[in-house]
Design a protein around this ligand. Sequence first.
Ligand code: SAH
Length: 401
Amino acid sequence: MAETESAEQPVIYLARREEHRLRNGHPWVFSNEVDTTRSPLTAFEPGDQVEVLTHGERFLATAYVNPRSLICARVIGTRPGEWLDAAALESRLVRAQRMRDRLIGQPWYRLAYAESDDLPGLIVDRYGDIAVVQIGTAGMERHQGDIVDALRRTLAPAAIVARNDVATRALEGLEQTVEVLHGDAPGTIEVRENDLVFLAAPMSGQKTGWFFDQRDNRRRVAQHAAGRRVLDLFCYSGGFGVTAAAAGATEVVCVDSSEAALDLARAAARRNGVEARMSFVQADVFDALRAMAEDGRRFDLVVADPPAFVRRRKDLAAGVEAYRRLNRLAVSVLAPEALLLSASCSSHLARERLHEVVRAAAVRGGRSVQLLEDGGQALDHPVRLGMPESAYLKAALCWLA
Ligand code: SAH
């Protein structure tokens, strides 16, 4: 039997020699790593909290479980008795918020980034006095009320919106919902970033409405935009394009397939007084690039920030092919001695793999290529050491002669 204290708690036992990843800081247990003869997962309800023990009955972590999911347990503590309850949620949210307040300086940021902030399955984005939460797991869903209470106490927001409409919730047996949990949520809200104002739609936009993770990469683009012709591919609500125009780009062309996103981008252009130098194209990026290449359109700075082409590991080969096609086409509209910012938010695509995709695209276009800066996600998306998946964003700024 385990130590007396553990024996009173529900436990799951790992199979022999399956403890190393957890010992090294990784917060997930996969269902094939559990000794299900000793601790059948079917004994648990989604969201139950347990102790995770090694095969040799040593304490490893506390976790919440979901017997329906391949990721059958997520670590919530590393000491016995460290459970996820209202008090722990609040103190972790407070700790996460203090870090952002210290590092970002204005209240538009990702306040909580799931496992990286010891809040597995919970994302909170803050837009001034509006909080948008996204709950991805059954274990966190149980605490939705506690999360709302904690945010109301610590943030006193005008509104709290739940964007519980991420596809991965299906893997946890959860429904897709968008709800206002507190206050009144306006249709569009302001986002302040890098001294500019943007617009986001928290109830209907992508993710929670804005991609805070690109904040530093947008600033990088601004550094090189003056006097240049800029192309912003997959522009969404204009994050890169408007930033480039405000930094003095002579011309900015924004391309996205979503008319709703382009409306927000146009509004942001007007708000920042740069609409005269910007144009907006509603099209599939691949089609638009082919047409522009044929017309001989050329740009001095191209930003390619597509949606994740590799969502699951088994889609890696097809996804890499999509990145290859995109980067080849992007190179085909690059003027001589120009910059390409090639991004990928797929955690399954290794940084080196993206470099290889860009290199191959340049070679195919008969261009030489050099990597200038290897950007990643902004610091309100901290990486959990020991959890490589938490470092997902790559943004390779390259010079093509
Ligand atoms: N660069 C943006 C974020 C991009 S999100 C920023 O800095 O905020 C991905 C965007 O790609 C979404 O707006 C989506 O509408 C768009 N999109 C997805 N597939 C597309 C395609 N094939 N052609 C054009 N746009 C596409």
